[in-house]
Each structure stands twice: as structure tokens, then as C-alpha cells.
Design a protein around this ligand. Structure first.
Ligand code: NAD
Length: 444
């Protein structure tokens, strides 16, 4: 089948590559000309395990192509997937301007029936808005008889395992009441739906809601565990033991109950905010979601607060090694990363940062540019040199079994503040290193 994908970000590019890998012919269109040109030359703009090879192979075989030409993109296929960004607006609502712009483009350029599939995370009711936007343009063109089918098909990939998630999805949510559109989606996703039935067909609004409900649920688990971790500290309990204890209950399970320094990324913070905003527009005060969001905002400062307490509030002139910049492991994405809150607080207190991340160094450079109080280091060991303590903000595998001897010998004082609870406190203590983590010791 032929498919057009609008937006070549984390979602659009990975999904397009997965569809091409399954044998479909996919044309990706983006307004970012540099991105398109790079992709044509095999330069993949984001780090995602397995993505570069998938993109290059499918591009070389002609199934995955890139353009900035919207006319070509709309003419290319009956299925038009929208995967552009839906960033938070100033009031926390999801900003629909890119989605609506694509809908209008499709309406302006189509001259045969189209099935418009929204993969972007969009508030409930957006499918109707897309239909209206296209209908208005078609009417102005005197082409109201052209058939437009609207489908919600939210994306559930996880950054860091996006390729695997798209090639082997847990579920494929299809929201539509149009039998022909549903049949088309079945055909499109048949290669991913062979092992057992993964497609869940529902009403369009329910599909849009499902994506927010899923992300709000996951964010709730994280904020809940962080709240428990903070309490465990004050009550002299060990949250890691508690985690094992509650995770063993199958009604709770072990997934997504790691305590830490808050969730980040381009999805959870914005989707929780957007759901809060959407709830309020229908006259409902979402008490739980407000709490989830508030705990997360506060949690991002917990590690800095511990550092500040430890040094008696005097951080001016201190130097800190920071391991991890990405909002989570296996990605280069620093959007809403806890590392940013930590670095900015350290800088505001007059301290400097020596940072290392296996993938996010160039993002960090792009965000903060050149500054005297930030040194980007080539290795995690280099980041330790002359630093007063090591801070850990991302749970990269590469950080999990470091040489504690090197850490002790390279830091000016043997001290680790671990925002991801990567180590066993007893082991770190054996190496003569002071170790402060989350929810595992009385707040110092
Ligand atoms: P992104 O910012 O990485 O990419 C969006 C792309 O859309 C950019 O390349 C931008 O140039 C392009 N774009 C903007 N306007 C355009 C237009 N008119 N025509 C063509 N291209 C245009 O975004 P993302 O992280 O891929 O997220 C896309 C959507 O998917 C969002 O709604 C997001 O919430 C959702 N989502 C993201 C993830 C994730 O992990 N990143 C997971 C599931 C769902």
C-alpha cells in the first residue's frame, strides 16, 4: 500500500520506517527542509536503537522516501497519516496548530478520496476538528463531494525502544465508525497483526481519549512511587524494598514503579497538562491529575535539594559531575528532562557542571550553547575530574556498574547523589563512598 506520513519526528519517522519495512511504500513529508535533505542522504536526526539501519535500508530499496513538497505528498497516497507535533500551549492545552495546518493542506490539495489518520496525540474531539477543517477548504474549492474518512490511530511507542515497539506493537488502536476506513487500517497493519489480534477498534473519541488515559495512568504510577519514596525516607524505610514488596502483587506489577527524580520527555508532562486543561474545559476539576503533575514538578528538584542540604546551602564555586542528560535511557531527547532542572538550579546557586551522556551531548549543546559553567565531557570518567560530587540523572546501562574505585579516586570528595537508585547502598559504602539516593535514607 502507499502511505503518506506528515511529520518526520520520533513518531513519524519510526512509524514510516516500520511501515516501509513491512513492504509498504511510504512518503514522508516535513516542513523542515534540512531534516528532509539529511534523511535523503541517510543522516538520521534522532538517536533511536535500530532506526538508522532501518531508515537507510528502506530508503535504499525505494520504499521510504522524503519530501518537503506537500502537493506531491497529498497526491502520493489514499492514506494520509498525521504525525506532527502537538506541543503544549501557554495554558497547558495541546497546541493543535500543526495538526490543523496539515488538515488544511490535505483539503487544499486532494483531488481524490482520502483517509486521514491521526497518529499525533490530540485532545478528544480533534478528529471532528480535522474533518471540519478539511470540509471547509473543500467547500471553498467547490469540491465538497470528495470523500474524507477520519481515523484516530494514537501511537504508543516508547522513546528508546521505538523501533521495536512499532515493529511489534502491543496493540493497534483504531478509532473510527467508517467500515471502509477500518478495513483500510486492517490492511495497512496486517503485517504487524499476524501473531494474535492486536487491533482494537473503537469510537474515534474513545481512541483519542485512550492515548491520554494511558499516559496519565503511567505518569500517575511514577508520581505515586515518588511520593512513597519521599515518605519512606522520612519514615526510615527503604523504598527499593517496598518496591519489590508491592510489585509482587500481580494487581500492581513491577512495571513503572521505579522511584526517582520525576518523569520528563515530550509526552507525559505535556499530556497530563493537556488532560487537565481538557477536563477543565468540560467543567471538571481533575484532582488526581493536578496532584500527579504537582508531585512531578516538585520531584525534579529533590536531588538538587539533597545536594544543597549536604553542602549547607553553599554551592557557589562548587563543581559537580553529572551523569545523564537525556530524560531517560536509550534516547538523546532532553525535552523536559530532570537533568535540566538540576543543572539550572546548580548554575543559579553558583556551581558548575561537568556532564556526560552517551547520546544527548549535542542536544545539550544545542539547548545551552557555550557557557563557562558547563563542560561537556567525552567520557563519564572525564566528567568526574576535580568534581566535588557525582550526580546521576539518567538510568543508562553504562552507569550501572562503574568502577567505584575510579569514582572515589577522581572526585575531590567521595560522594554520589543518585537520582535513579542505580546502586546498592551497601556496595557503595564498601568502597568508602558516601551515597545519597531516593527514598532509601533519612533525609540529610
Ligand atoms: P517531533 O517534534 O519530534 O516531530 C514533529 C515533526 O513534525 C517535526 O519534524 C516538524 O518539523 C514536523 N511538522 C510540523 N508541522 C508540519 C507540517 N505542516 N507538515 C509536515 N511536517 C510538519 O514530534 P514527535 O515526538 O514525533 O511527536 C509527534 C506526535 O506524536 C505528538 O503529538 C506526540 O505527542 C505524539 N507522540 C510522541 C511520542 C514520543 O515518544 N515522542 C510517542 C507517542 C506519541
Amino acid at each position: 500500500m502507499r502511505v503518506t506520513v506528515f511529520g518526520i519526528g520520533y513518531v513519524g519517522l519510526v512509524q514510516a520506517a516500520a511501515l516501509a519495512e513491512a513492504g509498504h511504500d511510504v512518503l514522508c513529508v516535513d516542513v523542515d527542509a534540512a531534516k528532509v535533505e539529511n534523511l535523503r542522504q541517510g543522516i538520521v536526526p534522532i538517536f533511536e536503537p535500530g532506526l538508522e539501519a532501518l531508515v537507510r535500508e528502506n530508503h535504499a530499496e525505494g520504499r521510504l522516501t522524503f519530501t518537503t513538497n506537500a502537493e506531491e505528498a497529498v497526491a502520493f497516497a489514499a492514506i494520509q497519516i498525521i504525525a506532527v507535533g502537538t506541543p503544549p500551549g501557554e495554558d497547558g492545552s495541546a497546541d493543535m496548530k500543526y495538526v490543523v495546518a496539515v488538515a488544511e493542506t490535505i483539503g487544499r490539495l486532494m483531488d481524490e478520496p482520502k483517509t486521514v489518520v491521526t497518529k499525533s496525540t490530540v485532545p478528544v474531539g480533534t478528529g471532528d476538528r480535522i474533518a471540519e477543517a478539511i470540509a471547509e477548504v473543500l467547500e471553498a474549492r467547490g469540491q465538497s463531494d470528495l470523500v474524507v474518512r477520519i481515523v484516530s490511530n494514537p501511537e504508543f511507542l516508547k522513546e528508546g525502544s521505538a523501533v521495536a515497539d512499532c515493529l511489534k506493537p502491543d496493540r493497534i488502536i483504531v478509532g473510527s465508525s467508517d467500515p471502509e476506513a477500518i478495513a483500510l487500517m486492517r490492511e495497512l497493519y496486517a503485517p504487524f497483526n499476524r501473531n494474535h489480534e492486536k487491533m482494537i477498534v473503537m469510537a474515534l473519541r474513545s481512541a483519542e481519549f485512550t492515548k491520554y488515559a494511558a499516559n496519565c495512568m503511567l505518569a500517575s504510577r511514577i508520581s505515586f512511587m515518588n511520593e512513597m519514596a519521599n515518605l519512606a525516607e522520612l519514615m526510615d524505610a527503604d523504598i527499593e524494598q517496598v518496591r519489590q514488596g508491592i510489585g509482587s502483587d500481580p494487581r500492581i506489577g513491577y512495571h513503572f514503579i521505579y522511584p526517582g527524580i520525576g518523569y520528563g520527555g515530550s509526552c507525559f508532562p505535556k499530556d497530563v497538562s493537556a488532560m487537565i486543561h481538557a477536563a477543565e474545559t468540560v467543567g471538571y476539576t481533575p484532582l488526581m491529575l493536578h496532584a500527579v503533575d504537582a508531585r512531578n514538578r516538585a520531584q525534579k528538584s529533590v536531588l538538587f535539594d539533597k545536594v544543597q542540604r549536604h553542602f549547607g546551602g553553599n554551592l557557589a564555586g562548587k563543581r559537580f559531575a553529572l551523569w545523564g542528560l537525556a530524560f531517560k535511557a536509550n534516547t538523546d531527547d532532553m525535552r523536559e528532562a530532570s537533568s535540566r532542572v538540576i543543572m539550572e538550579a546548580l548554575w543559579a546557586a553558583g556551581a558548575s557542571v561537568q556532564a556526560f551522556d552517551p547520546e544527548a551531548m549535542s542536544q545539550c549543546q544545542e539547548i545551552y550553547g557555550q557557557r563557562d559553567d558547563l563542560l561537556l565531557c567525552g567520557t563519564k570518567e572525564a566528567a568526574l575530574r576535580g568534581a566535588d560530587a557525582l550526580l546521576i540523572a539518567t538510568e543508562w546501562k553504562n552507569f550501572r556498574a562503574p568502577s567505584f574505585d575510579t569514582i572515589r579516586e577522581t572526585l575531590t570528595s567521595p560522594l554520589i547523589f543518585d537520582g535513579r537508585n542505580l546502586y546498592d547502598p551497601a556496595v557503595v559504602a564498601r568502597y568508602g563512598i558516601e551515597y545519597v539516593s531516593i527514598g532509601r535514607q533519612v533525609a540529610g
